[in-house]
Design a protein around this ligand. Structure first.
Ligand code: AMP
Ligand code: GLY
Length: 421
C-alpha cells in the first residue's frame, strides 16, 4: 500500500513539500495542516491546530507513515518528541535539538563547543554598560540578535547608533538580555543538509535575497527570492563548509539520545577569501530556498525524508539534477511591516503547472480561495519558480510567469539571481 504523509505548515515551503510528495510514486495520500490554496490542489487540507496531542491522534486515526514539519515553532514545542514517543515517524528534530534555532545563544554555545567558525559576540543585559559595548563593535554596522523565536524580526543590522541602541534597550526590557555580534562582511548562502543519526546529505547550496527591494535595499524580510545552485559556494568552499561546519555538527547532533532527524539549515557568510562562517542555524527548510532546492533532487523525496526519520540515510545514494532553479516572491503592498491582505490575485487560476526542467510553476504562500476567487492572505503571497539548464533561462521563465499575475499593490524584486548572472 502507498504511504500517507502529513505536512505541517501553510507557506510556500509547505506547498513545495506537498508538490515533492505528490511526485513520489511511493505516496498515496497527503494531508496538510493547515495548508493553503495551493496545497489543497495536491493534498487534503485539514486544520488540526497546534496541540501536539491532537496531531498525534490525527496520525493514529489516519495511519500516517511520516510527518514532515515545515516551520520551526512546532519543533521547538516538542512535536517530534511527542510523535516519536507514540511510534510515529517524524522529519524534523526533537525539541532539545530544535533549540539550535530557538535560541541564538544556545546555537553560539554549541558552535563554540564543536569549533564551528562564527562571528564573535557578547551578551548584554541590565548590568552592561551599553555605550561601552557598542563602542567596542562600532567599526562596523551593529548586528543585534534577540535570543527568542521572533519570526524573522529578531535581528537588526544597522549603522544608525540611535536605532541600534533602541533595539538593544527594548530587547533587554522584554527578553532580559540580547546578543551583540561582530559584523561579518561577505556573501551569504544557504546550505540545507538532510541529516540523521547515520549520515548527512548536503543539498545544492542556494542564495536567498533577504532585503525587500532591488540592490539589497530596504528592510530585512523572510526572503524575496532565491536561486540554486549558488556559484559563490565553489567546490573548494563546499569542501571547507563540510569539513569545518557540517561534519562537526553531524558528529555532535548524531550522538544525541535521539539523533537529529531533519534538515539543518546552515546560513553562511562567505568572506572574500572564501572562508565560510555560520550566521545562523535553522532546524527546517528555508523559505523560499525549499521551493528551488527540492526540485533539483532527482531521487525520490519521500524516500529521502522517510529514511532520515529512521536513521537510514546512509543506505541512500541521493542524486541531483544538473539544472538551475530560481524563484521570485510576490509580496503584498506594505510587506514586511504592514502587509495589506484580502486583495484579489488574478492570473493564477490555471497555475498548477508541472515542476520540471524547462518549466515554470507557482508556489502558493499567503493565498486563500473564496467563491472561486484567490485572495491574498499573507505578506509573502506566492512565488513564481522555474527550472532550466542554465540560470538565465530559469530567470526568464520565472519572470514571464510573475509578470502574468496581477495583485493590486503587490511587488517583487527584479534582480533575483542577478549576482550569479
Ligand atoms: P539571522 O536571523 O541570524 O540569519 O540574521 C538575519 C540576517 O542578518 C542574515 O541573513 C544576515 O543578512 C544578517 N546578519 C546576521 N548576522 C550577521 C553578521 N554577523 N554579520 C553580517 N550580517 C549578519
Ligand atoms: N529564507 C530564510 C529562512 O527561511 O530563514
Amino acid at each position: 500500500m502507498g504511504r500517507q504523509v502529513l505536512v505541517i505548515g501553510s507557506g510556500g515551503r509547505e506547498h513545495a513539500l506537498c508538490l515533492g510528495m505528490h511526485s513520489s510514486p511511493l505516496v498515496d495520500k497527503i494531508y496538510c495542516s493547515p495548508g493553503n490554496a495551493g496545497t489543497s490542489m495536491v493534498a487534503n487540507n485539514i486544520t488540526i491546530g497546534e496541540d501536539n496531542d491532537k496531531i498525534v491522534k490525527f496520525c493514529q486515526n489516519n495511519d500516517i507513515d511520516l510527518v514532515v514539519v515545515g516551520p520551526e515553532a512546532p519543533l521547538c514545542a516538542f512535536l517530534a518528541d511527542d510523535l516519536i514517543k507514540n511510534g510515529i515517524q517524524c522529519f524534523g528534530p526533537v525539541g532539545e535539538l530544535a533549540n539550535l534555532e530557538g535560541s541564538k545563544l544556545h546555537a553560539k554555545q554549541i558552535m563554540e563547543k564543536v569549533g564551528v567558525p562564527t562571528a564573535d559576540f557578547t551578551i548584554l543585559d541590565n548590568s552592561t554598560n551599553i555605550d561601552a559595548a557598542m563602542d567596542a563593535y562600532s567599526h562596523n554596522p551593529w548586528v543585534i540578535k534577540r535570543d527568542v523565536l521572533a519570526g524573522g524580526k529578531g535581528v537588526v543590522v544597522t549603522s544608525n547608533y540611535e536605532d541600534a541602541k533602541q533595539f538593544i534597550t527594548d530587547a533587554i526590557k522584554t527578553d532580559g538580555s540580547v546578543l551583540l555580534e561582530e559584523f561579518l562582511p561577505g556573501e551569504e548562502a544557504s546550505m540545507l543538509v538532510v541529516m540523521d543519526g547515520s549520515d548527512f546529505v548536503c543539498l545544492p547550496a542556494s542564495q536567498d535575497h533577504k532585503r525587500a527591494y532591488d540592490s539589497d535595499l530596504g528592510p530585512n524580510t523572510g526572503g524575496m527570492g532565491a536561486y540554486c545552485p549558488a556559484p559563490v559556494v565553489t567546490e573548494s568552499v563546499h569542501e571547507t563548509v563540510v569539513k569545518k561546519i557540517v561534519k562537526p555538527m553531524f558528529d555532535y547532533l548524531s550522538k544525541s539520545p535521539v539523533p537529529y532527524r531533519g534538515v539543518l539549515y546552515v546560513g553562511l557568510m562567505i568572506t572574500d577569501a572564501g572562508e565560510p562562517n555560520v550566521v545562523e542555524f535553522n532546524v527546517r527548510f528555508g523559505d523560499p530556498e525549499c521551493q528551488i532546492t527540492l526540485p533539483l533532487i532527482k531521487s525520490d523525496l519521500f524516500e529521502l525524508l522517510y529514511h532520515a526519520s529512521e536513521d537510514r540515510l546512509s543506505e541512500l545514494d541521493v542524486e541531483f539534477l544538473d539544472a538551475h532553479a530560481l524563484t521570485i516572491v510576490l509580496a503584498s503592498e506594505g510587506y514586511p511591516s504592514n502587509p495589506i491582505k484580502g486583495r484579489e490575485i488574478v492570473g493564477i487560476e490555471n497555475s498548477l503547472k508541472e515542476v520540471g526542467v524547462g518549466k515554470s510553476w507557482i508556489n502558493f504562500a499567503g493565498v486563500a480561495s473564496r467563491d472561486s476567487k484567490f485572495l491574498s492572505s499573507g505578506g509573502r503571497v506566492l512565488s513564481c519558480s522555474a527550472m532550466a539548464l542554465n540560470l538565465g533561462e530559469a530567470a526568464t521563465l520565472a519572470y514571464e510567469l510573475i509578470e502574468s499575475i496581477d495583485l493590486d499593490g503587490g511587488f517583487y524584486r527584479r534582480d533575483i539571481g542577478g549576482k550569479a548572472l
